[in-house]
Design a protein around this ligand. Structure first.
Ligand SMILES: Cc1cc2nc3c(=O)[nH]c(=O)nc-3n(C[C@H](O)[C@H](O)[C@H](O)COP(=O)(O)OP(=O)(O)OC[C@H]3O[C@@H](n4cnc5c(N)ncnc54)[C@H](O)[C@@H]3O)c2cc1C
Ligand code: SF4
Ligand code: SF4
Length: 511
């Protein structure tokens, strides 16, 4: 027994020695972690990197930085291999993989470089894994230009028999309809919500819409610029009215089937026939769920509509991205109490501007942050939040769950979209370049009236069922021979990144 303290002391010293030596090893050389696991390298997909800065903000050793709004490994030698940057990346643009191996594969819709899932069937915008408003507007135009290039011409059909059936009236679908008009193609634009552009219409009141991505120009026919949500929607409405764009709201597309060389499209209201189908359905329809008891209560919503409706209420917002932070900011002016619950330890998934606004509200006592917490249960007048150390009950009148959405995979597969695994660095490329490869150089469309500032008039002001033999759309390039080659070579190169391209994305300082 007398020997016991000595043994314990020796053991303790041994453990300390091991820990200190492991720490020293970790600091001095990133190539050997404490557990001797292989060195992890970064791979960053520029296509999916939205420049949200989450990885930069969370990195404890200042390894990453933004360059031209994309994350870059600037000081790999300082990397302690903690993988925090991977955990916070909201779009899986950034992953780490063991040196000597390939980055993990990524599951995505099997689309060609023109966002085509099958002949004359396209998937665009957020549901195609290409989020943000400007991208959606560009893609809406690109697919119609591509259809025309592939030989689609206005048909004399009318009523429910159309050239193009467009599912969803977000920026992708609206831009698509404007392009149909410009080419005299008949279309039906079907929207399941009562509101046109419902994802954007249901942003929190007063939200500032950022015209993203910043390194891509808007060359779709639906203009996009930095503006308050209501300003953008009002201008879009004026433009759509002027062009005579028709949207059939409160109508859901339920099924799409091939019928000979056309499509039969079943909606909640009727049955369409179409030569081509564009799916622009976004991901808001299938919001991610918390999977906790009480989630189905009427007081739980996936999006904040009008913050004024929650005046005097105690509101819990769940999430750590821009949507959650913007909801908390919007609610702070009206609700009696706002709590933001996020399972991460810091708010690193949102834009710096949103973080600053939120911090000011937290400092003023108008928003309470509950980091490192998870919702355990939602009850009629309270919620249970758990953290690693305790379980708290909060009085509560309303819950907003802003944890993102998923494309409805099963439904998309049923209607003909295949899914596949792609190399992590697979890119469909910048959407403005896709349009320009089809129609030639374009002026930026960032003016409220949709007029492109090159001296030309906005096109497509004719009614949708104009004569099929009417004059062609003004911006079709004179020579149609070169553009597809440009597109094919451009995207073929991007689709299969070589090992030298890969090293562009990883540190130049890898030992
Ligand atoms: C809170 C919040 C803030 C955001 N802030 C910004 C920002 O500042 N800047 C930015 O660039 N992006 C922002 N985004 C992302 C941006 O809104 C989306 O990337 C963009 O709207 C995608 O456009 P879309 O046309 O692909 O789909 P959506 O705009 O989502 O439109 C899809 C439409 O399809 C309809 N639909 C779905 N299924 C069917 C069906 N079966 N039948 C008929 N209709 C159907 C839906 O009701 C919806 O109206 C934000 C998103 C959210 C949620
Ligand atoms: S966290 Fe944001 S900035 Fe970093 S790689 Fe992911 S999307 Fe890009
Ligand atoms: S793994 Fe990522 S977060 Fe961690 S130190 Fe390296 S770069 Fe920074």
């Amino acid at each position: 027994m007398e020997l016991l303290p000595g043994v314990i002391l020796t053991f303790a010293l041994l453990v300390c020695g091991i820990v200190l030596s492991a720490r020293r090893r970790t600091r001095s050389s990133p190539s050997r972690s404490a557990s001797d696991r292989p060195l992890l390298l970064h791979a960053i997909n520029d296509d999916r990197c939205t420049g949200c800065e989450a990885c930069v903000a969370v990195c404890p050793t200042d390894v990453l930085e933004l360059s031209q709004n994309k994350s870059r490994v600037a000081r790999f030698n300082a990397c302690i291999q903690c993988e925090q940057c991977v955990l916070v990346c909201p779009t899986t643009a950034l992953v780490m993989f063991p040196r000597g191996t390939e980055p993990p594969l990524y599951k995505m819709a099997a689309l060609d470089e023109h966002y085509r899932a099958a002949p004359r069937l396209y998937l665009i915008g957020e549901a195609a894994g290409k989020p943000l408003v400007k991208n959606a507007s560009n893609l809406g135009r690109a697919v119609i230009e591509h259809l025309v290039r592939e030989g689609l011409r206005p048909s004399a059909r009318g009523g429910d028999d159309v050239d193009v059936l467009i599912v969803g009236s977000g920026p992708g679908g609206l831009s698509c309809a404007l392009s149909c008009l410009a080419h005299r193609l008949t279309y039906a634009l079907v929207e399941k919500d009562e509101l046109i552009a419902s994802t954007i219409a249901r942003y929190p009141k007063g939200k500032h819409v950022m015209a993203e991505p910043y390194d891509v120009r808007c060359v779709g026919l639906l203009p996009v610029w930095d503006a308050e949500k209501s300003e953008l929607l009002d201008a879009w409405k004026t433009l759509l009215d002027a062009r005579g764009v028709r949207v059939s709201t409160r109508e859901t597309v339920e099924d799409v089937e091939r019928e000979g060389d056309r499509f039969a499209v079943k909606s909640s209201r009727t049955r369409y026939r179409a030569a081509a189908v564009v799916l622009a359905i976004g991901t808001r329809g299938t919001p991610r769920r918390l999977g906790v008891p009480g989630e189905a209560l009427p007081k739980v919503a996936a999006l904040l509509d009008d913050p004024e409706r929650h005046a005097g209420e105690r509101v819990l917002v769940v999430g750590g991205g821009d949507s959650a932070v913007e909801a908390a900011i919007a609610l702070a002016d009206h609700a009696r109490a706002v709590t933001l619950s996020y399972r991460g330890k810091a708010l690193s998934r949102c834009k710096a501007m949103n973080r600053q606004k939120l911090q000011a509200l937290v400092d003023a006592g108008r928003v309470t942050l509950a980091f490192g917490t998870q919702v355990k249960e939602i009850r009629a007048d309270e919620v249970l939040l758990s953290s690693s150390s305790d379980l708290k009950t909060l009085r509560n009148d309303h819950v907003v769950v802003c944890i993102g959405g998923e494309p409805p995979l099963k439904w998309l597969e049923k209607v003909g979209v295949r899914y596949t695994e792609r190399p992590h660095l697979y890119q469909l490329g910048p959407t403005d370049q896709l349009v320009e490869a089809l129609v030639g150089p374009q002026p930026e469309n960032s003016q409220p009236d949709g007029a492109q500032r090159d001296g030309s008039q906005p096109h497509g002001s004719q009614p949708q069922n104009a004569r099929p033999d009417s004059a062609p759309f003004g911006v079709i390039p004179q020579s149609t021979d070169d553009a597809p080659t440009v597109a094919i070579s451009l995207f073929t190169r991007r689709r299969h990144p070589s090992s030298s391209q890969l090293t562009h994305f990883i540190s130049k300082e890898v030992p």
